[in-house]
Ligand binder design. Structure first.
Ligand code: CO8
Length: 259
């Protein structure tokens, strides 16, 4: 399937999704969001894909939602646009496969927000992050007020959102917005290496860990632990649990089958 603004490539079990509107610094317009929506559905259904990398073409990761498209929206249209972005980002966040954001450049507004809907963020030394919305007369609208405080704490999230300041990769690492920083030319190799490492583990266990962590960060610890016990138990109904533990006992390489 061909898309106008997003590229999808596969490298074995790894899918690389590249937002590809470099002339607009990969700004997210409705068409791009709708294409991402379809691509995420396709990735969910593709049994070959065990991990996903999201990146941007050219010098930006994503420089935000498309300001040209948003400029003249009325209340109803603004809400609809916000809901579309939120629907797609939440679908990405709850995709039953791990997603790594390989942040190659500007990740501003909706760009920072889509990176936060990924499970892990690897930043190039050239990456820049920020939520500059208040300078445009709006609030973050694709989950920034919700995911940023969960990642960096309420106080730092308020500083970043109230000031709209743009921070570099080092500061993003310091505040816990990114997992690691790498040289620009090594970004995709590093992301693929991490994706392959994850894909080498039992896929059902990885999927259940993602679900347990995502659920746990938004509920009380007793509910979270009860959920963990449930998914832990579920692992023992999988062939891969038997394989992983038998391979350990027999001191041989494991061969997971995603079953
Ligand atoms: N939307 C549309 N076009 C953009 C965007 C954007 N967010 N960002 C850059 N572009 C375009 C520029 O207009 C320019 O186009 P053209 O060549 O036709 O003039 C092209 O990309 C290149 O950009 P610049 O020439 O500005 O490149 P610079 O390297 O000089 O500057 C910056 C790079 C600093 C990233 C600058 O482009 C910039 O400040 N961009 C806007 C960043 C921003 O404010 N992003 C937040 C947008 S708001 C948002 O994301 C809210 C999300 C929630 C929405 C909810 C809706 C209800």
């Amino acid at each position: 399937m061909e898309f106008n603004n997003v590229l999808l490539e596969k490298d074995g079990n790894i899918a690389v999704v590249t937002i590809n509107r470099p002339n607009a610094l990969n700004a997210l317009n409705s068409e791009t969001l709708k294409e991402l929506d379809i691509i995420i559905d396709n990735l969910a259904d593709d049994e070959e894909v065990l991990a996903v990398i999201l990146t941007g073409a050219g010098k930006a990761f994503v420089a935000g939602a498309d300001i040209t498209e948003m400029k003249d929206l009325n209340t109803v249209q603004g809400r609809r646009f916000g809901l579309l972005g939120n629907k797609v980002f939440r679908k990405l966040e709850t995709l039953e496969k791990p997603v790594i954001a390989a942040v190659n450049g500007f990740a501003l507004g909706g760009g920072c927000e889509i990176s936060m809907a990924c499970d892990i963020r690897i930043a190039s030394q050239k990456a820049k992050f920020g939520q500059p919305e208040v300078g445009l007369g709006i609030t973050p609208g694709f989950g920034g007020t919700q995911r940023l405080p969960r990642l960096v704490g309420a106080s730092m999230a308020k500083q970043l959102i109230f000031t709209g300041e743009i921070i570099g990769a080092e500061e993003a690492l310091r505040v816990g917005l990114v997992n690691k920083i790498v040289e620009p030319e090594k970004l995709m190799d590093e992301a693929k290496e991490m994706a392959k490492k994850i894909a080498g583990n039992a896929p059902i266990a990885v999927r259940l860990c993602k679900a347990a962590i995502n659920r746990g960060i938004q509920c009380d610890i007793d509910t979270g632990i009860a959920y963990e016990a449930e998914v832990f138990g579920e692992c023992f109904s999988t062939e891969d649990q038997k394989e992983g533990m038998t391979a350990f006992v027999e001191k041989r390489d494991k061969c997971f089958k995603n079953r």
